[in-house]
Structures are given as structure tokens and as C-alpha cells.
Design a protein around this ligand. Structure first.
Ligand code: GLY
Length: 364
């Protein structure tokens, strides 16, 4: 059982395969593009669970797979991490006509994509995301990056993968909290552009999160389809792609104010941020309080934080959050860019928001 979605970008178009049992088929899927040694980059946690089955599948397809195992965690996405990784990649002997595989979550995908983009002036890469967040967001669309002391993801390039293989079976071993954090991004797709999908999630989301393969495949595939369509229309985020940042202006500020710690995972910040974006939209008379309540109720019911007060520890105050927002890389010409909504499934981008209204919503 699997679905195929195409990201249509002319000569750089690629497929996203979503379904159960796909790690076993990875060899067959990769064989047409594999030439010479194929580095498989992963981290220690993912390697313990998924590396062997992947290597078996690749080797059964006569692919000369060469594992590179990185330390887990966001710290790996650094210049020193990139230096180590590019050196390890070069040592495998991969050449310009070859392909690099990223097996793991957002950290592995982001740094491997970036390394592939700069190695020998650009080598193809394949994403095999193993977290829900990576399957529905970071593995699709070609954003690659590392972090610096100045901020997250500030150094990077667009480099589209040649193929994305999202095996939903890899999600079974994720800690519940991490699965839910990724699920916030799934809910985001309904909230930003597809009210019917949001309604479907209200009815089927719990089953999908409980491991129902058909529902989970549909939730991931539909999210990927929505992202693929947006990326095809606006690859470089000059317009519509910014809709994918629904909840992120608030969410990033909350992540910064909580020190990017276990207090608030990225997806949890997006969940609270989405509710704040709906609340701000309702306050400005752009959407109904009903829709705003419905989003909040559903996120809560799914097990996600939906209010600032749901975040453990001291509550960050409105001014601290606003000052973090002003430093966000998405701020343009000193103006904050918000994704607001007319209704569930009808988001739009604006920089025409008064800080007094933002402050009032944060303080509420
Ligand atoms: N994560 C948002 C994007 O890929 O544009």
C-alpha cells in the first residue's frame, strides 16, 4: 500500500513515495539512480532502528551502500558538523553522477541536503525521512541548512532531492510526544489550505496517530501533496510558499523564549502559534471566533499544547516574544510577516498587522 506524489519542477521534478513497507523497496526505488558508492547518512538513534533494513534492501539491489552515522541532535547541524560530513562523504568516493541518501529526521535531512548541494558543486540526494515532521515537511521542497550562533537555518541553499521515500512504519517507534509534534504540521495543512482535510483529521486523526496504516498513509500523503503543489508554484518562497509558515512567527518566538529546549518542541510551538494566528485573525475580524475555537479544541484533543499557558515553566511575557519575533529571519524590512486566516483552510500572508494587536493576543 503506497501513494506516489510528484513535485512538478520541470527537469528537477521528483516523486514522494508514501506508504508502509517502503524501506524494503528502497533498493529497487534507488537502483535506477545509484552509480558507484552510495553514502547513507543517518544518526546514531535512527541507525539503531532503521539502518540495517535499509542497507539490506540497497545491497539486495546491488547498491554499494556506505553508511555514515552522525551524532544525534540539532548540534550536528553546524559548520563543524558540515566539515566532518563533507569529508566523510568525499572519503566514500561518491562522484558527481552519484547519489547521497539521508535517512532520519529534519537534522539529518537538512545537513545531508546541504552537504550534497555543495559537494563537488552539487550531487543528487534522496530523502528517507523517519519522523512525521520530516515526512510531511522538511524532506519535501528542497530547503537545506545548518545553524550558526546567529540563528537556526541561516546558512543553506535550495537543493531539491531526486526522490523522497516516506515509510510510515518508521513512525511506529517514535516517542508519542515527537509523533504529536509532527502531527501539528499535518493539522497545519488543513488549517492553511484545506478545510475538508481538517474535517477529515477531526474524524480520522486519532486512528492515524494510533497507527492505522491506511489513515496514516492518507494523512502523510495528503500533507505531502499539498506541500508539493505549493512548492511547484513557488519553489523559492517569493509568495504562496510562505503560507507553510502558518503558526511559525509565533511558534519560533515561543521556541526562542523557551531556549529551544525540551520545554517546547518545534511542532508544539507551531501548534500554539497556529492558535495564536487564529486568535489574532479573529481579533481583527478576519475569521470567526468559532473557527479559532475549533482549531484550539482539536489541537488540545489531539494531545498538543494549544495555549501559551500549556507550555511548562515560566510563561514568556508578550514583550519578550515580540522582541524574538523582530529578530526572526522571516521579518522583512523590520516588518513582521504573519500568516493569518479568513477561515479554516483559507490562510493568507500579510505584514499589515499592528503590534498592539499582536501584544494583546499574546497577553490574553
Ligand atoms: N517548512 C516550510 C517550507 O518548506 O517552506
Amino acid at each position: 500500500m503506497s501513494e506516489a506524489i510528484t513535485v512538478s519542477l520541470g527537469a528537477r521534478s521528483y516523486d514522494i513515495r508514501v506508504g508502509s513497507g517502503l524501506l524494503k523497496s528502497a533498493g529497487a526505488l534507488l537502483a535506477p539512480m545509484a552509480r558507484g558508492p552510495v553514502p547513507v547518512v543517518t544518526d546514531e538513534h535512527v541507525a539503531a532502528k532503521h539502518l540495517e533494513p535499509l542497507l539490506l534492501s540497497l545491497r539486495n539491489a546491488k547498491i554499494d551502500a556506505r553508511p555514515i552515522v552522525l551524532p544525534p541532535g540539532e548540534g550536528t547541524k553546524s559548520f563543524s558538523g558540515l566539515e566532518r560530513l563533507t569529508s566523510d562523504l568525499l572519503k566514500t568516493g561518491v562522484d558527481r553522477g552519484g547519489v547521497v541518501v539521508a535517512l532520519g529526521g529534519g537534522v539529518v535531512g537538512d545537513i545531508t541536503g546541504f552537504a550534497a548541494a555543495v559537494l563537488k558543486r552539487g550531487i543528487d540526494f534522496v530523502q528517507i525521512p523517519t519522523t512525521l515532521l520530516a515526512q510531511v515537511d522538511s524532506s519535501v521542497g528542497g530547503k537545506t541548512a545548518i545553524n550558526t550562533a546567529e540563528g537556526k537555518n541561516l546558512i543553506g541553499v535550495f537543493h531539491q532531492p531526486r526522490l523522497v521515500i516516506a515509510d510510515i512504519d518508521t513512525l511506529a517507534s517514535l516517542p508519542r510526544r515527537e509523533l504529536l509534534a509532527g502531527y501539528a504540521e499535518v493539522v497545519k495543512y488543513g488549517a492553511l489550505g484545506d478545510g475538508n482535510f481538517f474535517t477529515w483529521l477531526e474524524a480520522h486523526g486519532a486512528k492515524a496517530l494510533g497507527g492505522d496504516k491506511a489513515d496514516l498513509t492518507h494523512a502523510v500523503a495528503h500533507s505531502c501533496r499539498m506541500k508539493a503543489d505549493i512548492v511547484a508554484r513557488d519553489e523559492r518562497e517569493s509568495g504562496e510558499r510562505a503560507l507553510l509558515n502558518l503558526g511559525h512567527t509565533f511558534g519560533h518566538a515561543l521556541e526562542a523564549a523557551t531556549g529551544y529546549s525540551q520545554r517546547l518542541l518545534h511542532g508544539e510551538g507551531v501548534a500554539v502559534g497556529m492558535v495564536l494566528a487564529f486568535r489574532l485573525s479573529a481579533k481583527l475580524g478576519l475569521c470567526s471566533a468559532n473557527d479559532s475555537d475549533r482549531i484550539e479544541r482539536y489541537l488540545k484533543q489531539a494531545g498538543l499544547p494549544a495555549r501559551i499557558a500549556d507550555i511548562p515553566g515560566n510563561r514568556p511575557d508578550a514583550d519578550t516574544l515580540i522582541s524574538h519575533m523582530m529578530h526572526d529571519k522571516k521579518a522583512k524590512d523590520g516588518k513582521l510577516v504573519f500568516v493569518l486566516v479568513h477561515a479554516i483552510g483559507q490562510a493568507f500572508v500579510t505584514s499589515n498587522v499592528s503590534m498592539d494587536d499582536v501584544r494583546a493576543v499574546l497577553a490574553d
